[in-house]
Design a protein around this ligand. Structure first.
Ligand code: NAP
Length: 250
């Protein structure tokens, strides 16, 4: 079964990426779940998808590394077929702090993963999917954040800035590729129940801030995966260069 196409989701082993991979497989995509270091989570995901009759592979690779990105796309094409959909989901915030207390490495790495990773993976996808390059088109969804417009003061302004760059990129690339069969959109999630908050050094953040969200709770990863799959699908055929906020009213 491979009617929907071939999806590569970066950071697909856990959190929003894993929920996206599972839902995509249910909708008939063959799925490549990229991961950085947690092979156990990615392998478990692939096991679940294949046990349910789907096709999936897990491919290790750093989205900041050009050679790794090429290898991800080549392996996906060899094992599942040409990539028709990309979800740029891999991301991190760095440890919570004010800017004047942040390490240079935190700033650099956050920009690298969220921005350079998205640029490198998108470029690899465009070179394969664009009709300009002999491809048959496709769709890209970037995972931005509500932080891009909230600014995240006192927490991680550098992360908010990185996601602001992802938003600008989404608008620009959407227009750049509009005549080449590729739609480019983004979702901007708000507070979502994943391990990213513990990794930022504040595991209680989810519950604390979740209550202040107008809808009264954080999102599940599945509630973010749904709009991602919708933006990838033909149901969103007239939508490109658009950032869809998925933030419970925040
Ligand atoms: P998560 O649970 O912490 O998962 C992050 C994923 O990214 C993991 O699969 C991780 O791989 C992968 N990753 C990290 N660095 C990578 C790299 N250099 N190369 C390849 N993969 C890498 O995070 P999440 O909450 O699901 O976040 C997913 C996306 O949603 C991110 O872009 C994040 O900024 C965005 N977002 C999240 C929230 C939220 O509240 N959760 C809100 C707004 C936006 P391993 O599994 O191998 O470690």
């Amino acid at each position: 079964m491979n009617e929907a196409g071939v999806l590569l989701v970066t950071g697909g082993g856990r959190g929003i990426g894993a929920a996206t991979a599972r839902l995509a497989a249910q909708r008939g995509y063959a799925v490549c779940a990229n991961y950085l270091s947690n092979s156990r989570a990615a392998d478990a995901l692939v096991g679940d998808i294949t046990a349910a009759g789907g096709r999936a592979i897990a491919v290790q690779g750093d989205v900041c590394d050009e050679a790794d990105v090429e290898r991800m796309f080549e392996r996906t094409q060899a094992e599942l077929g040409p990539v028709t959909a990309l979800v740029n989901n891999a991301g991190l915030t760095g440890l919570i702090s004010r800017l004047d207390e942040a390490e240079t490495e935190t700033l650099r790495h956050t920009i690298d993963v969220n921005v350079m990773g998205t640029l490198l993976c998108s470029r690899a996808a465009v070179r394969r999917m664009s009709t300009r390059h002999g491809g048959s088109g496709g769709a890209i969804v970037n995972v931005s954040s509500g932080a891009a417009s909230l600014g995240s003061p006192g927490e991680y302004v550098w992360y908010a800035a990185a996601k602001g760059a992802v938003d600008s990129f989404t608008i620009g690339l959407g227009r750049e590729l509009a005549g080449e069969g590729i739609r480019v959109n983004a979702v901007a999630p708000g507070m979502t129940a994943t391990e990213i908050h513990a990794a930022s050094g504040d595991a209680g953040r989810l519950e604390r801030i979740g209550k202040a969200v107008p809808l009264g709770r954080p999102a599940s990863a599945e509630e973010v995966a749904e709009p991602i799959l919708w933006l990838l699908s033909d149901a969103a055929s007239y939508i490109t260069g658009t950032i869809l906020r998925v933030a419970g009213g925040r």
